[in-house]
Design a protein around this ligand. Structure first.
Ligand code: GTP
Ligand code: MG
Length: 366
């Protein structure tokens, strides 16, 4: 047994640069992006892994230790992934570590407010290892949305321990440590590698997993009955509809350019009057000081005049265009523009997101 642990320890060090001692239990921390894995990692280990409110914050694995009941654990914070299909380097790191790094326990973190999507990954992980603890995080967010998850029922459905947490406040973390401790002490033998390869039809398997996640969620999640679409959804439908999407986008972007050009005229003129009247004052100063003509030419007619032109022509449109663009982004309109144009851009082997860069380039060309 100890020999096997030493073998795994050496293999992990060689393949994944994980520096665990054979006495430490290794815990893989996996889950969808932005579900609070690093927050849990930091709370358990006392380290300061980067956390942030955007998906993909952790792009490599980070390691830290914690002790519970005199047993030391090494926690590996894996990058967030939606599946184990290894389409990206993050998915590859996560899949390889869970299937070949021999973690003693895999801790899967899921978002309580969108359990079904998160369960797809959890079910995929359960296909490759039986030693799993499920952490249903963001319970506070779920409560705010009136969503409840029956944790006991979920545990029965998956046949694994399920612990509810609010990692931001530390709620539930002690029970989580207890569950990790208990699973690692009573570790089931991992599935033989052959079983991983037996998926004859991957598509079928994925469809089954999606159906299972949906079926489980129907049993364990209670949500408020969907109200009639609120105004946000209706607006979204209009902004991205085939009929109105393009015309609204056209008028909106033309409006931004018009406001930028027209709105910049007055401040541009004002700035240019101020800066050029100052040029006369500076010229008078140079004459009073008997400065040579070439010095006046270089400093005032060359440098100062160019600077005055650039500032008076560029500053006002920039001060209008960028705040307007930021406002559209914060209101969520720019991602809709990217969505509307995605198909057309894809035909040119580009992505809808590039429209934003294009708008900025058009502005700069003006
Ligand atoms: N309200 C609330 N916010 C949380 C909770 N747990 C984490 N967060 C917040 O969720 C955001 C994402 O947390 P991270 O820990 O960076 O998420 P992650 O899963 O590591 O994300 P990736 O590294 O991108 O996969 C941060 O702003 C956290 O403060 C929680 O229980 N409740
Ligand atoms: Mg992270």
């Amino acid at each position: 047994m100890q020999d096997t642990r030493i073998h795994y320890t050496l293999q992990r060090k060689k393949q994944f640069q994980i520096d665990a001692s054979p006495d430490q239990f290794v815990i893989a921390l996996a889950g969808n992006p932005n579900v609070g894995k690093s927050t849990i990692f930091n709370a358990l280990t006392g380290l300061r892994q980067h956390t942030g409110n955007w998906p993909g914050k952790t792009v490599d694995n980070a390691q830290g230790t914690f002790t519970h009941e005199s047993q030391e654990f090494l926690l590996v914070d894996l990058p967030g992934t939606y599946s184990l299909s290894a389409h990206s380097s993050e998915e590859e790191i996560t899949r390889d570590f869970i299937s070949h790094g021999n973690p003693d326990v895999t801790l899967i973190v899921v978002d309580a407010s969108c359990l079904e999507r998160n369960l797809n990954l959890a079910l995929q992980i359960l296909e490759i290892t039986p030693n799993v603890v499920l952490c249903v995080n963001l319970l506070d967010e779920a409560r705010r949305k009136n969503i409840t998850v029956n944790l006991d029922e979920l545990s029965k459905e998956l046949s694994i321990p399920v612990i509810g947490t609010t990692a931001r406040t530390g709620r539930g973390l002690n029970q989580l440590k207890e569950a990790i401790f208990s699973i690692s002490k009573n570790k089931k033998p991992d599935y033989p590698p052959a079983q991983i390869e037996t998926t004859t039809d991957v598509e079928d398997k994925i469809t089954q997993i999606y159906a299972k996640a949906e079926m489980i969620c129907r049993k364990v999640v209670t949500k408020p009955i969907e109200q009639k679409k609120n105004w946000e959804y209706r607006l979204d439908d209009i902004l991205t509809s085939r009929l109105f999407g393009y015309p609204i986008m056209f008028f909106m972007l033309c409006g931004v350019f018009w406001l930028t050009i027209e709105g910049a005229n007055y401040p541009s003129e004002l700035l240019s009057n101020i800066l050029f009247s100052f040029e006369d004052t500076l010229t008078d100063l140079f004459i009073a000081m008997n400065a040579p003509a070439w010095l006046h030419g270089v400093l005032i007619l060359g440098m100062y005049r160019s600077l005055a032109w650039v500032v008076s022509v560029m500053l006002p449109p920039m001060a209008i265009f960028f705040p307007l663009f930021t406002l559209l982004e914060d209101l969520g309109y720019l991602p809709r523009v990217a969505f509307n144009l995605d198909n057309a851009f894809r035909k040119c082997h580009a992505s809808g997101k590039q429209v934003l860069t294009m708008c900025i380039s058009i502005f700069c060309m003006q």
